[in-house]
Design a protein around this ligand. Structure first.
Ligand code: IVH
Length: 673
């Protein structure tokens, strides 16, 4: 390639890249995939490497320049960077509009530009002859910091303006922000690397912009929206703010797609309601909406109050973050016995509601955030998301701040609280007894694969528990017709049916009972193995952790949980109570004898609707003969037992050449001696 060819090719690549960047950042309508953009960029990098004389500072390859800066230089803003007055209520907005019209001496409505108030950091970027020469922070409004090295790394900020008709001097003002999705991803990665995370997208943007090393800033997913102009070549301003924003777009500067012109103050308020309703769906955080008098000449007549213009106002949205104090940290016991630390707060109005309690999830989270009783914290509530403590304010920690201690006893039932090694969640061990766990424990107990009490569903259980008829699972067996038929929507016939079902469930198996007790991590299969291995409930209850670990498929963690369950006297009381109420199962020789190992080493998958028995019954029957029953078909599967309407599992069996058995073959299998 001749030098002239190379120069032309470089220019063509830069034009093409600039056009794609414009379509992506300004029009929000890219026409090529990212990979194509990356390819063009690499082609340009390669050419520039071969022809270093063609490299210019505004080439898109030159966003990250050299070394970290020492101290930030200062930049004087020839046109001060002002702040905005705030409106919190509709009346404030009408007052704002009235003041403007009084100053303009008009009864007619005036037009406003409405724009989201982005929750980021203000930045000024200066273009001379269409080339980015300086980036600056707002500072005190008159003097800011020179952050040119960082401004250049933000892809949405063009290094060279688009087109030809830009003024010789153009200073653009806007907001640097971090899109919410990028903020979350960034924090997740930082956390995975054990690095510091940011409290919110605004802090992330501010922190990133104040980096001394532009290579670090370049890795932060920053974005930019322009919302105004500072210094500009005399005579280059159009007549309205709306027209100016459009010009900025034409020159390649991104402007919020939400920005628009309304004809009057009513339009402002409509735009406010509309944006507020869509706030949580926007890809970036906003803390309000800004109304600006659209006519730029009228602005001069309206003027300023000290550091803010009278012609603009920020109509604030309810804050999504507020400060408050942690008055206590106690715990809440969930339906499954999870003991969760909860911060009790001095009531604070945030995100549209008063927040007094915030979950801290688990002990590790309390330590990670280092929340202590007495701390001042930042509470966040965005949209419908549950409120959270995002961070503490370390400077405000009082000397007598106290650390949270996980209680040893459940505050609801007094049973022991344990946190198994390697697990984040502490739990109440009084699963059968604890009122906080009643409904979940009862539901599990009555389930088809547990005690199989037909008709005892969630709604009925809730009523029984709420009205105090049933406190533990043993109480189920003391229900009478009068009580049951007194429940909502319970006719005498169905009440009798329910009592019959309860009665039938009295005769059960050790495996079912064990599963029904709801010991954590003891599923159906483990319950069956335990029943098999120990033969009696007493033997299981008496076993130490090592003995439990000797059971096939029971590891130290599960063994620990089983052991803890039977060490809790409350649970033992309930079991004794069940026996007293007539619940009985075969034990010892009998239980073991009911099982055989004729199908040991074989694995079956059940699918579709079987004719003679439910899938669950078939599963129990197969397991009782030593077979394994799993949920997915593989080459190792001995056979797939397929009933009516069998679907993908049957197809998979056929594809893998696994034998397929029907109802008759299943019966034959179960008849094997
Ligand atoms: S106009 C003279 N427009 O809000 C008017 N500001 O106190 C100057 N902000 O830190 C600002 N979105 O960075 C304007 N659409 C918007 C804005 C906006 C966010 C920030 C700005 C400044 C603060 C105003």
């Amino acid at each position: 390639m001749t030098p002239t060819d190379a120069a032309q090719r470089v220019a063509a690549l830069r034009d093409e890249l600039a056009e794609h960047a414009y379509r992506y950042y300004v029009l929000d309508a890219p026409t090529v995939p990212d990979a194509e953009y990356d390819r063009l960029m690499r082609a340009l990098e390669d050419l520039e490497a071969e022809h270093p004389e063609l490299v210019t500072p505004e080439s898109p390859t030159q966003r990250v320049g050299g070394e970290p800066v020492g101290d930030f230089g200062t930049v004087r803003h020839a046109v001060p960077m002002l702040s905005l007055l705030n409106a919190f209520a509709v009346d404030d907005v009408h007052d704002f509009d009235r003041r403007i019209r009084e100053r303009l001496d008009t009864e007619d409505p005036v037009a406003y530009s409405v724009e989201p108030k982005l929750d980021g950091v203000a930045m000024s970027v200066r273009y001379e002859h269409g080339v980015l020469v300086q980036g600056a922070t707002r500072g005190d409004g008159v003097t800011g910091e020179d952050i040119t090295h960082n401004a250049r790394t933000i892809d949405a900020v063009p290094l060279r303006l688009r087109g030809e008709d830009w003024p010789e001097l153009l200073e653009v003002r806007g907001e640097v922000y971090m899109p919410v999705a990028d903020f979350r991803a960034f924090n997740e990665q930082a956390e995975a690397r054990g690095e510091k995370t940011f409290v919110n997208p605004r802090n992330a943007a501010a922190g990133s912009l104040r980096q001394k090393d532009p290579r670090l800033t370049a890795q932060r997913p920053l974005a930019f929206f322009a919302y105004g102009v500072g210094e500009i070549t005399t005579g280059a301003l159009p007549e309205t703010h709306g027209a100016m924003l459009q010009r900025l777009r034409d020159w390649g500067l991104p402007v919020s797609p939400e920005a628009r012109i309304v004809a009057s103050v009513d339009g402002c308020l409509e735009a406010h309601d509309d944006l507020l309703a869509r706030r949580d769906g926007l890809p970036y955080e906003i803390d309000g909406i800004v109304y600006k008098l659209d006519d730029l000449r009228q602005r001069e007549d309206v003027g300023f109050v000290s550091k803010a213009p009278r012609w603009a106002i920020a109509h604030k949205f309810p804050a999504q973050e507020e400060l408050t104090r942690v008055v206590d940290i106690d715990v809440q016991v969930g339906r499954t016995g999870a003991v969760t630390p909860v911060a009790r707060l001095e009531p604070v109005f945030v995100g549209g509601v008063t927040v007094t309690n915030v979950t801290l999830h688990n002990e590790d989270e309390v330590r990670r955030k280092d929340v202590r009783i007495g701390d001042t914290v930042i509470v966040r509530r965005a949209g419908d998301v549950i409120p959270e403590i995002v961070a503490i304010v370390p400077e405000r920690r009082p000397d007598d701040a106290r650390e949270f201690v996980m209680p040893e006893r459940c505050p609801v039932c007094g049973s022991r609280v344990v946190r198994p090694e390697g697990e984040a969640v502490a739990r109440c061990t009084g699963g059968l007894y604890c009122p906080a766990q009643h409904v979940a424990a009862l539901q599990h107990f009555a389930a088809r694969r547990a005690m199989d009490i037909d008709g005892l569903g969630e709604k009925i259980i809730e009523q029984l528990a709420d009205r105090g008829f049933v406190k533990t699972v043993a109480d189920i067996y003391r229900l009478d017709l009068e009580t049951v038929s007194g429940l909502d929507r319970m006719a005498e016939k169905s009440a009798q049916n329910l009592l019959d079902a309860i009665d039938r469930s009295r005769r059960t198996t050790l495996a079912r009972l064990l599963f029904a007790l709801g010991i954590r991590d003891v599923g159906e299969a483990t319950a069956a193995t335990l029943a098999d291995h120990f033969g009696s409930l007493q033997a299981i209850a008496d076993a130490d952790v090592e003995a439990l670990e000797d059971t096939p498929d029971v590891g130290p963690i599960v063994a620990g949980k089983i052991h803890a369950f039977f060490r809790e006297p409350h649970n033992l009381e309930v079991i004794a109570d069940l026996q007293a109420a007539g619940v009985a199962w075969e034990e010892g020789e009998g239980a073991a004898a009911a099982r055989s190992d004729v199908l040991a080493g074989q694995t079956y998958v059940l699918t579709g609707t079987l004719a003679a028995m439910t899938r669950d019954e078939a599963k129990q029957a197969l397991m009782a003969r030593g077979a394994k029953v799993t949920g997915s078909v593989s080459k190792k599967t001995t056979g797939v037992i397929a009933g009516e309407k069998a679907g993908s599992k049957l197809a998979k069996a056929e594809a893998l050449g696994v034998p397929v058995l029907g109802d008759d073959e299943l019966q034959a299998l179960l008849a094997t001696e």
